[in-house]
Design a protein around this ligand. Structure first.
Ligand SMILES: Cc1ncc(COP(=O)(O)O)c(C=O)c1O
Length: 447
């Protein structure tokens, strides 16, 4: 424990440094308060592309993919594209040997436009629409994860050829994360309960459909999970279910998909996810449980989303206004907020921020960074050290904003969504262009 961790007030008065746990792998301090990512000065990107802008470090994303492949060489690693998807990202994860978890006709369309191989795609969703299923079947998506009983007959009636499917199970595991991020306890919307018998009933129905090929089971415990106990419990319960299937239904499954949810640190001192230790623990529990039931080892699939892309992202804003509340709190208002980063509003997520492209020689003051939107809860970061001479026009950078930012962005207050600018080896290029007022008006077709 460091002194600044013991004394938060001390932490917020210190000049910033680039914590390698939360900034992109290629982030470097430049001269005069500049920060470079992928060899490109952030203030230059702000000037050239405007603000807000999402900056994405390609090297960081590729390296996270490689880390997963190295930690789990025997497993299938499927990137959960809901965290962030555009054609370039689909291309990078494909080149790095990952599969793709998709959740909608839109995600399938983008992956298909990038030429992502259909057989390496897995479709999820607790309420897949007929359009989602149609898109998946037309593209011949490799596996479809069934989440409700009604989906079974619907799918069987529409498949062109025998379709590989998994069952999403609810193992009844509390993964010790925020309740809004918990997805494997009994009283929530995802999956088929093991304890109620819904899972067993669904398995029998799938096996009764000759056009459906039940190849595995799936669970996803939630997100921002740093501890392994929940995953171990889930493996135990899912393997027990696989043994039941073998004994009662004479079916041996080949795949055990344990979802994603691996934690990422957003502010200094947050827990990360010890990937290699995790791989070891999963391997061990899988061996023990399969031995117990004399089951052959299934192939493990994992589905990290956030852990692949979160740290690659930095969002750039401009300071618009500065105020002090009657209670003395300094507020820095920026030109973005909950429309480009919903996470603080959704579940109180924490962020840090710093100014870039200007000297940081003045004393620091703990500051609340607020957004531009018409909600009092539109707060981007609390208690971050910003220089006392911060002023309108300064560029503010928020790290660790690659996951569930662009994908959760909205047009609230009719602002256009920011562009995504990829950086690598000293150059920047646009992946997604900025949404303009003309784009917004183009959808408004009735008078
Ligand atoms: C089925 C499934 N897999 C994987 C993920 C990815 O989670 P994370 O981004 O926390 O790794 C999610 C997230 O909602 C999910 O629903």
């Amino acid at each position: 424990v460091t002194l600044p961790e013991l004394l938060p007030s001390l932490r917020s008065s210190l000049p910033p440094h680039l914590d390698p746990n939360i900034w992109p792998l290629t982030a470097r301090e430049g001269l005069c308060g500049e920060v470079l990512v992928g060899g490109v000065e952030l203030s230059k990107i702000a000037k050239e592309y405007g603000t807000p802008t999402y900056v994405l470090d390609e090297t960081d994303i590729r390296q996270r993919c490689r880390d997963y492949r190295a930690a789990f060489p025997e497993a299938e690693v499927a990137y959960a594209s809901k965290a962030l998807l555009c054609r370039a990202v689909a291309g990078w994860v494909q080149e790095e040997g990952l599969s793709l978890d998709v959740c909608s006709a839109g995600e399938i369309a983008v992956a298909a436009a990038a030429g992502f191989p259909a057989w390496r795609m897995v479709l999820h969703g607790n309420a897949k629409t007929p359009q989602d299923l149609r898109a998946a079947l037309d593209y011949h998506v490799g596996r479809i994860v069934i989440d409700s009983v009604g989906e079974i007959a619907q799918l069987a009636a529409n498949v062109h050829r025998r379709q590989r499917v998994l069952l999403r199970l609810t193992p009844g595991v509390d993964a010790e994360t925020h309740t809004a991020l918990t997805t494997a306890t009994e009283e929530q919307k995802f999956g088929l309960s093991l304890t109620s018998g819904a899972a067993a009933d669904a398995a029998r129905r799938v096996l009764g459909q000759p056009k459906l090929n039940l190849v595995g089971v799936h669970c996803h415990l939630g997100s921002q999970i740093a501890r392994f106990g929940g995953y171990e419990q889930a493996v135990q319960r899912l393997v027990a279910f696989m043994a039941w299937l073998r004994d009662e239904c004479h079916t041996t499954l080949e795949e055990l998909n344990i979802g994603g949810g691996h934690a990422v640190p957003y502010v200094s001192g947050d827990n990360g996810f010890a990937l290699n230790a995790f791989a070891g623990r999963i391997r061990r529990v899988l061996h023990v449980e399969c031995d117990r039931y004399h089951l052959p080892l299934p192939r493990i699939t994992i589905e990290p989303g956030r852990a692949i892309v979160a740290r690659a992202g930095v969002t750039l804003y401009r300071v618009i206004a500065i105020k002090r509340t009657a209670g003395g709190q300094r507020l820095v208002a920026i030109d973005g907020g909950m429309s480009d980063n919903l996470r603080p509003c959704l579940y109180g997520a924490s962020y840090t921020a710093r100014l870039v492209g200007r000297p940081l020689t003045a004393d620091m003051e703990p500051t609340t960074v607020v957004g531009r939107h018409c909600e009092a809860g539109d707060v981007v970061a609390r208690n971050v050290p910003l220089p006392i001479d911060a002023h309108p026009g300064d560029v503010l950078a928020v790290p660790c904003s690659g996951a569930y930012h662009h994908s959760l962005a909205s047009n609230y207050n009719l602002v256009g969504r920011p562009p995504i600018i990829a950086v690598r080896d000293g150059s920047a290029r646009t992946l997604i262009r900025c949404e303009t007022t003309e784009d917004l008006l183009a959808r408004d077709i009735g008078l």
